[in-house]
Design a protein around this ligand. Sequence first.
Ligand SMILES: Nc1nc2c(c(=O)[nH]1)N(C=O)[C@@H](CNc1ccc(C(=O)N[C@@H](CCC(=O)O)C(=O)O)cc1)CN2
Ligand SMILES: Nc1ncnc2c1ncn2[C@@H]1O[C@H](COP(=O)(O)OP(=O)(O)OP(=O)(O)O)[C@@H](O)[C@H]1O
Length: 200
Amino acid sequence: MPAFPDTKPELRQRSLARRDALSEDARREKSLAIATHGADALSHGIGGLTVAGYHAIRSEADVGFLLGLLEQAGAQLALPAVLDRETIVFRSHLPHVPLVAGGFGTMAPGEGAALVEPDVLLMPLSVFDEKGNRIGYGAGHYDRAIDRLHAIGRRPVLIGVAFDLQEVPSVPAEPHDVPLDGIVTESGLRWFSAIPTSFA
Ligand SMILES: Nc1nc2c(c(=O)[nH]1)N(C=O)[C@@H](CNc1ccc(C(=O)N[C@@H](CCC(=O)O)C(=O)O)cc1)CN2
Ligand SMILES: Nc1ncnc2c1ncn2[C@@H]1O[C@H](COP(=O)(O)OP(=O)(O)OP(=O)(O)O)[C@@H](O)[C@H]1O
């Protein structure tokens, strides 16, 4: 441990600067590799499960390619929608139903879409480490949403989606932080937990 470990805001800012520096072509190429690795690892167990992805903002990895492959393999898709500064919910994402402005610059299914409880969460993030600790954009939206799912007895499989350059040696985890089960980057899908039975 260094004497003065980096704080979450410092780690976030530096990682986002590295991510922002990727060209659009590089991000697209890496996002396609993420789709290949994610589909290899998840497709065989995904039939009938609900997978929540996200509509990429800023310089995030574009998980849309992977969502398309998982849908072809039988997954039901969902996307997060922001209700307020503390709360996101997951809404069913059906083909041909247009997205609307979803809060914080995101796009999401509108209020008419069904609320769902995802079995798998594909989560955007700013920073991750080799143990599966994760930092988002600092709103705590995902940490709270996962807590709510746990409170009703659901244990969604949590998979981060990121580029390799977002990994750091160690993220300072706080008690409310829920670690990832796995991470998919352009170099592969890595499990931090035992491989969930659906995907073993
Ligand atoms: N694509 C995508 N959709 C998502 C999220 C996400 O991280 N990415 N969310 C994840 O929770 C939820 C929306 N929450 C968000 C919370 C904050 C910011 C954001 O950009 N915040 C600051 C930046 C912080 C920083 O740079 O240090 C900003 O407004 O500039 C974006 C989304 C649900 N949908
Ligand atoms: N389960 C929770 N219950 C109440 N407050 C929470 C919970 N999770 C996080 N918070 C609060 O949300 C704020 C942001 O948390 P943190 O820095 O861990 O966000 P993050 O991991 O970057 O965001 P996200 O979970 O949206 O990706 C903190 O003030 C934290 O106390």
